[in-house]
Write a protein that binds this ligand. Structure first.
Ligand SMILES: Nc1ncnc2c1ncn2[C@@H]1O[C@H](COP(=O)(O)OP(=O)(O)O)[C@@H](O)[C@H]1O
Ligand SMILES: CC(=O)N[C@@H](CCC(=O)OP(=O)(O)O)C(=O)O
Length: 287
């Protein structure tokens, strides 16, 4: 049982962090794994609302890879990925939009709005928030973000709203494209001049040995992150995630964090306490 003194100490410890982050943009990307449990989604909604309530400007970007896999299986379509990216033909693209824009985004918006009606859902193809180019024709409709209309998201914040972004973008002809949500979150954080980007994932962070959760890498630079991708010590979904962290700090975001989205209130511990959790990627100066 937490004592009154401990509660007071925690609040006092949080104060300088709250002061430091007030008025700043923090991008939180939640992966599909942490969202498989509705209780976790409700807990995430409380955390995001708390950030908003203390004057932080949060942008919640979500994935939904496992949820797309389930719908593809129901339709009897085989899942193919190349270096963590889903091969997306027109049929798969329909499923991606249905799941990300039609379901996952709505569930997150509803989870926050059940507490306070300040969440607004937006897809990357709305108002061409996320403009893309195809990455590689072998991947089909998979896009790399070339432009972010960040002003749209700043406007939502100015209006007291929390934008919840699903990462289906569009090219200049309005053709929709599937985007890796980690990379889309990175592009948004860079375009908005975010203070931090936080990835809530299905692992404790970057692991030396992916089968050993205690082998957590606490801190590394963007160059070290790129080296680990080059020497193939990370695989699957960790490749775009680690690359996104490196590109975020190289693009001017203060720091990028990968933390365990399955741990309740991990965002609050990361932001408001002296306890660093998960993996932090920083710029070359070590700051
Ligand atoms: N070195 C590593 N450390 C941690 N995870 C790794 C590593 N190498 C590969 N992975 C894999 O990457 C996955 C995380 O990427 P992904 O599933 O896309 O994340 P998300 O949970 O955000 O959707 C982990 O669940 C793990 O299977
Ligand atoms: C191109 C590509 O691979 N897009 C991803 C988009 C969703 C996503 O990134 O979801 P997670 O964050 O849960 O991994 C996909 O289709 O799975």
């Amino acid at each position: 049982m937490i004592t009154t003194n401990e509660t007071a100490r925690i609040l006092i410890e949080a104060l300088p962090y709250i002061r430091n982050f007030t008025g700043k943009t923090i991008v939180v990307k939640v992966g599909g794994v942490p969202m498989t449990d509705p209780a976790r989604m409700r807990s995430l909604a409380k955390d995001i609302l708390l950030l908003h309530s203390v004057g932080i400007r949060p942008v919640l970007v979500h994935g939904g890879g496992p949820q797309i896999d389930v719908e593809m299986a129901k339709s009897g379509i085989e899942v193919k990925r190349v270096e963590g990216l889903r091969v997306t033909d027109a049929e798969v693209l329909d499923i991606v939009r249905m799941v990300l824009v039609g379901k996952t985004n709505r569930d997150l918006v509803a989870a926050i709005n059940a507490l306070e009606p300040v969440a607004i859902g937006v897809a990357g193809e709305d108002g061409r928030l996320l403009e893309v180019e195809p990455i590689d024709e072998r991947l089909g409709f998979v896009g790399k973000v070339t432009k972010v209309r960040g002003a749209l998201l700043h406007d939502f914040h100015d209006d007291g709203l929390i934008p919840i972004v699903s990462t289906v973008g569009a090219d200049v002809t309005a053709q929709p494209y599937n985007i890796n949500a980690d990379d889309a979150a990175r592009a948004i954080a860079v375009a908005m001049g975010a203070e931090k980007i936080i990835y809530l994932t299905g692992t404790p962070g970057l692991l030396e040995d992916p089968s050993d959760p205690s082998s957590l890498v606490h801190r590394l630079t963007a160059t070290e992150a790129r080296d680990r991708i080059a020497d193939e010590s990370v695989t699957g979904g960790m490749i775009p995630k680690l690359l996104a962290c490196a590109e975020a700090v190289e693009g001017g975001v203060g720091s990028a964090h990968m933390i365990d989205g399955r741990t309740e209130h991990a965002i609050l511990v990361e932001l408001f306490t002296d306890e660093g959790i998960g993996t932090m990627v920083i710029g070359e100066s070590g700051q």
